[in-house]
Design a protein around this ligand. Sequence first.
Ligand code: UDX
Length: 447
Amino acid sequence: MALRITVIGTGYLGATHAAAMAELGFEVLGLDVVPEKIEMLSAGRVPMYEPGLEEMLQRHVAGIEGSTGRLRFTTSWEEVADFGDVHFVCTNTPQKHGEYACDMTYVESAFDSLAPLLTRPVLVVGKSTVPVGSAARLAARLAELAPVGADAELAWNPEFLREGFAVDDTLHPDRIVVGVTSERAEKVLREVYAVPVGEGSPFVVTDYPTAELVKTAANSFLATKISFINAMAEVCEAADGDVAKLAEAIGHDERIGSKFLRAGIGFGGGCLPKDIRAFMARAGELGADQALTFLREVDSINMRRRGHMVELAREAVGGGSFLGKRVAVLGATFKPDSDDVRDSPALNVAGQIHLQGGQVTVFDPKGMENARRVFPTLGYAESALDAVRGADVVLHLTEWREFRELDAEALGAVAGHRIILDGRNALDPVAWREAGWTFRAMGRPTA
Ligand code: UDX
């Protein structure tokens, strides 16, 4: 009989994973402890903006006209334990307040709620990003709490999905990594992922610690690559070089590759910043802190970008105070095609300028509601044009396609001053300069 799958925690990762498992043909039951989330998902609605996710959900949620009915949601642990052969744990692990380490509360409470109800052999699969060593500890706890004992087995299967591409990354992962302690666990996971593996996704089998480390290592590498190019941007600015050209040129070297070499105001979001910090904290506990001291530098280069953008904006409005100056901010989310503003460099820059007395008006295609919640005292406009009206300087801080397609002439007609700073190196300097704008990007020549 086909495996029945449950997904515990229906945030970004869990909601996408649950819908994707149904898309792959499995019967799926999703659980969350927040009843409102379950109500929304059961009605076929997704609590965040993610291209293609709502459509995929609606193709499978039971009760929706024309759906396969393979996907249901609940708040009942009993129902989950009763239903599932494979339980995916997808709860989040945010950064702890006042510490670098990540908060394992949600993962631990998921295990503590599920385990005592497991009365037949099952595979529990952790997908959350956790400090190395967690899986071994959780496996022991699972076997101890579950009435079925060691037949409630654990596997670790990190997730690499990117926001904005979550559906595609989940259905067609560029690799599947499973940390297992038995052939049985590997066999079950090969069955779960038979379709993507059949389509060519590499299937990498490891032990627990390696599987846990793959995730933090991958995110650390990506963060390092971004901070590397941002460090080059700092040098380019000092030496009158052009970081965009530099990135293009080094990117042709296959060993380096051109992806993740876009200089700008740096990385943010719910993963990269907190993952590198949690990794440093964990390495410290293990006595291997020296190995990761470079990540501290990666973090500082990244945070410096935000301050640098504020200083460029200050120069643009005359070099003194922001008092009485109007600043238009295009973009609030941490990246395009997402409504996520967690640790968003764009919102951080907007906030800093606002706190220094600037009159900041923000527009973002999808992130307005979340931005307003986090930063209610900023000004918000209905469109890019409205944000720019009367502005002394325009900051382009999230590279939405809509912003690349803006009409520089039309914006110029309403702006107070035609000065634009591209914090993402994504706009076409020629087009803006031709329309009479002073265009400045990070790490690139000024004219
Ligand atoms: C990341 C990882 O890519 C993903 O594999 C992991 O599962 C979760 O964390 P995500 O947080 O969705 O995904 O964002 P990502 O696309 O990695 O971008 C992170 C940040 O880096 C964004 O703020 C983005 O604007 C910035 N970035 C990215 C750059 O500044 N320059 C680049 O060249 C690329």
